[in-house]
Design a protein around this ligand. Structure first.
Ligand SMILES: [Zn+2]
Length: 82
């Protein structure tokens, strides 16, 4: 699946031309607007921002915040089991 976004200038479809990994949680993607009258080329970022379900694999090198919804649910479970 390709992630497409609208050009922020003219709202036409933009296509990813290339991407570069900046870290294990952050990528920069170069987009080009498909509207020839616009021709905007720009950089967007794709970042892993929070966890909904924890990985079964432990990797101490990666720190991703838990979603507030997960924290609330886990707190409720702790209260119920106490
Ligand atoms: Zn455009």
């Amino acid at each position: 699946m390709r992630i497409t976004i609208k050009c922020p200038i003219c709202a036409s479809r933009s296509v990813a031309r290339s991407s570069q990994e900046l870290s294990v949680t952050l990528r920069e993607i170069t987009y080009r607007c498909e509207n020839d009258e616009c021709g905007h080329i720009y950089i967007a970022q794709l970042e892993v921002v929070r966890t909904l379900v924890r990985s079964a694999i432990h990797n101490p090198a990666v720190s991703i915040p838990l979603s507030k919804h997960v924290s609330r649910r886990q707190a409720a479970e702790l209260v119920q089991t106490a």
